[in-house]
Write a protein that binds this ligand. Structure first.
Ligand code: V47
Ligand code: SF4
Length: 360
């Protein structure tokens, strides 16, 4: 590769030698006037990790309640208790929903708002009943934010909460609630939500119990580029320490139906792609980078595969959080559509489960 951006040459040397880039180099990657050269470097890392494979899962998202005491300022999904648009799914509704997805379902992704009144048994019996009725399904559920909420509400330690949930059937945890690890932004956008200290403590405990987890980053709001880089470096250090992360998912902020509608525009596709590439390059110790098509669009996700992503999430069926914030993407995709998106980008579709076992 003949780099037109000469500042990328020493960066690529480091990447090829398996080294870690520094913060200045990370910022240069975001500023480089040659994004296709950045894509080339990220693709190099991707090919070394997962060759030409791109993973997807037959899954279903379940958002059990939109009632939430956190009311983050970027969230269009949550409601206050007592609001007439608030809802909480019953166990029966959840089980029917899962049954409707058919026997090839491999993963349920369960997250919800921080509900002030539900009993802990609502969550444990949800997991137990899912396992009992659908033993072939793996359960990826509850962000670190929900775990912290359960610990507060029910007077338990993080570890006790995780133990009870694991005994009830929890297989892995999603990466949400990380937002951006900046106290400055947290105070402005999500002051009632846990910050990096507690988020990382909960993931550390989960990893020590062999519960694998994911990590996310919400970008394209009021964060600075330095805060993006800082977030990624914190995750790289945490993964060096525990090794328990499976996948990183960058989430572009959707401003519609939030206080930022008309004030902040959604990130451009180019910015989304640069963030995917930067993530792949910095997080060289994460096995997977996800192009979350619900937020990126199927088309941008397809291009993201050439910017270092190696996972397309899955069929999803019905998504509520991003669609409340104005997403115009479909709410679910057929398996064949995902496979074709992957093939048409020149990659090999690989069905997986929540733990990345392959079903070639
Ligand atoms: O934590 C909320 C984000 C997250 C908005 O682990 C918004 O595999 C954009 O974490 N615009 C939940 N984003 C989604 C999530 C996730 C999704 C897919 C896969 C996985 C995984 C995790 O959604 C929240 C928050 O960061 N969010 N509001 C919004 N207006
Ligand atoms: Fe609640 Fe999650 Fe929305 Fe924040 S992002 S208000 S924690 S549902």
């Amino acid at each position: 590769m003949q780099f037109k951006d000469e500042r990328l040459i020493p960066i690529f040397e480091k990447i090829k030698n398996g080294g870690n880039i520094n913060k200045q180099e990370a910022l240069h990657i975001l500023h480089s006037p040659f994004p296709l050269e950045v894509a080339f470097m990220a693709r190099y890392v991707k090919l070394k990790k997962s060759q030409k494979k791109v993973y997807y899962v037959i899954n279903k998202h379940i958002n059990y309640t939109n009632i939430c005491i956190s009311r983050c300022r970027f969230c269009a999904y949550s409601k206050d208790a007592g609001d007439r648009d608030g809802y909480t799914l019953s166990l029966d509704e959840i089980l029917k929903d899962i049954a409707s997805a058919g026997k090839r379902l491999r993963e349920v992704h369960i997250v919800g708002g921080l509900h002030p009144h539900l009993r802990f048994s609502y969550y444990t019996s949800m997991l137990e009943n899912i396992k009992k009725n659908f033993p072939y399904v793996q359960i990826k559920a509850f962000t670190a934010v929900e775990i912290a909420h359960f610990a507060n509400l029910y007077g338990m330690t993080f570890k006790q909460v995780l133990e009870e949930l694991r005994n009830a059937g929890l297989d892995s945890m999603p990466g949400g609630g990380a937002e951006i690890f900046s106290e400055r932004v947290r105070k402005k956008l999500f002051p009632r939500k846990i910050g990096y200290e507690q988020w990382s403590e909960i993931h550390r405990i989960a990893h020590s119990m062999n519960i694998p987890t994911n990590a996310t980053m919400l970008f394209g709001h009021i964060e600075t580029e330095e805060e993006v880089v800082e977030h990624l470096f914190k995750l790289r250090d945490l993964q060096d320490e525990t090794g328990g992360f499976l996948c990183f998912i960058p989430l572009p902020f959707h401003p519609w139906n939030t206080i930022f509608e008309g004030k902040i525009k959604k990130a451009t596709a180019l910015k989304e792609l640069k963030i995917i590439a930067l993530s792949r390059i910095i997080l060289n110790n994460f096995p997977h980078i996800k192009a979350y098509w619900i937020m990126l669009s199927p088309q941008v996700s397809q291009i993201a595969l050439n910017f270092g992503a190696d996972d397309m999430d899955g069929t999803i069926c019905e998504e509520r959080i991003t669609h409340a914030a104005g997403a115009i993407t479909p709410s679910g995709l057929k398996e064949n559509t995902i496979r074709n998106l992957i093939k048409k980008s020149g990659f090999v579709p690989m069905e997986r489960d929540a733990l990345y076992h392959e079903y070639g």
